[in-house]
Write a protein that binds this ligand. Structure first.
Ligand SMILES: *Cc1c(COP(=O)(O)O)cnc(C)c1O
Length: 395
């Protein structure tokens, strides 16, 4: 707060402190130097994290790795797809997702996304028949129609991997996102709900998939014995699969574990805060926040909204500038230079495909971080700044 009692623009890129409980464990690890997950015979922090995370989500197996991108890559490799196999992904996602597909020697096929940020099911169905796998990215935590996606994929026996990097705590018909497809992948990068700087984890109920992922993540020699579960499956894959060494180290697990008990309250706060801002933005004729699909209970730590009406690019850029003047940083996905979430910037894929619906959405969809720690006054400040900026530009 400023000296005159005015609320200042909240700093939405600052992190929260890591829970105090992490310190003692990190101290213990520093004193012993025991940082490698496979040194201890049992009870390594990474192994404990895997058990706790699997329990939290209601999955049989979890494997902690270096990043969500590593989890996505290993999941695809574990499906043993032929080189060049087509993998459907939404055209609205983070560049790391098509990158993971390329890394796994597969070919990403981009599916149109509507102005509600969810997969266009007609385009999905049209592209599904020659797909070998589907990777559904719940971008910014927005859940596409998982009932329709699973019905279409199950009927064709096509495996679904969920990129739930930004969806920890989101539910679909009361079921945790990440447990609906064959594999669910999460991120602990700093801008996600649980912050370890970097890190990722995959969950699955499939003992063969997890065994293959464990070996490929770098459980060399007989280190797979330190993963509970179907030991015979591991034996089968030992030395048959490459070791990509994408393990998590103990310090990351020590930072993550004390945050898991806070997930539920962060989700509740994030949802309340998001809805508070959304309600205000929806009173403005120039802005609109698309609703979630009915089965989804969201866990947002950011808000996305569309510039409503016939905005020009110049007006959209002025809106960004006006908000910036008020201390609020807005990104119009398609208008911020080199944005990693705009598919035409994924030059590593070759010429950008023609995806008019996704392109139109990205040119008018705005992104604002709303960390779950923000107070009501700070949330209201952001909502007022956005509405004031839109009114200034559009009159
Ligand atoms: C953050 C994010 C990723 C990448 O996660 P990393 O842990 O940084 O590799 C992938 N997909 C989505 C939707 C994300 O938000």
């Amino acid at each position: 707060m400023a000296p005159d009692g005015q609320i200042l623009a909240p700093k939405v890129y600052d992190a929260e402190p890591i829970p105090e409980a992490a310190r003692a464990e990190i101290d213990r690890l520093l004193l012993s130097g025991d940082l490698f997950r496979y040194t201890a015979a049992e009870g390594a922090p990474v192994a404990l994290l895997e058990q706790e995370f699997a329990d939290l989500l209601g999955a049989k197996y979890a494997l902690a790795v270096a990043s969500c991108s590593a989890a996505l890559f290993l999941s695809l490799k574990a499906l043993d797809l032929p080189r060049g196999a087509r993998v459907l992904i939404p055209a609205f996602t983070f560049a790391a997702v098509p990158s993971a597909v390329v890394h796994a020697d597969c070919t990403p096929v981009l599916v149109e996304v509507g102005d509600n940020y969810r997969v266009n099911m007609a385009d999905f169905e049209a592209k599904l028949d020659d797909a070998a796998a589907v990777m559904i990215s719940h971008m910014r935590g927005h859940t596409s129609d998982m009932d329709a996606i699973m019905a279409l994929c199950d009927a064709r026996n096509i495996p679904v991997i969920e990129d739930a990097a930004h969806s920890l705590g989101t539910q679909w018909h009361g079921r945790n996102i990440g447990t609906i497809g064959k594999v669910g992948c999460f991120s602990f990068q700093s801008y996600k709900l649980v912050n370890a700087g970097e890190g990722g984890i995959l969950i699955t109920d499939d003992p063969e998939i997890v065994a293959r992922c464990v070996i490929m993540s770098g459980a060399y020699e007989s280190n797979w014995k330190k993963h509970p579960g179907m030991q015979n499956s591991y034996m089968l894959w030992q030395n048959k699969l490459p070791l990509y060494n994408m393990r998590m180290q103990n310090l990351s697990a020590a930072v993550i574990r004390p945050q898991l008990p806070e997930v539920a309250s962060r989700v509740a706060k994030g949802r309340t805060g998001h809805d508070r801002v959304a309600d205000q933005l929806n009173t403005c004729a120039h802005l609109t926040v698309p609703p979630a699909l009915p089965p989804e209970e969201r866990a947002p730590d950011s808000i996305q909204f569309n510039l409503q009406g016939d905005w020009t690019d110049a007006e959209a850029l002025r809106f960004q500038a006006e908000a910036k003047k008020r201390g609020v940083s807005v990104q119009v996905f398609g208008l911020s230079e080199g944005n990693a979430r705009a598919f035409w910037n994924w030059e590593f894929l070759g010429p950008a495909p023609d995806l008019p619906q996704t392109r139109a959405m990205l040119m008018r969809a705005c992104d604002v971080r709303l960390p779950t720690r923000l107070t009501e006054a700070e949330l209201d400040y952001i909502a007022r700044a956005l509405i004031g900026s839109a009114d200034d530009v559009r009159g």
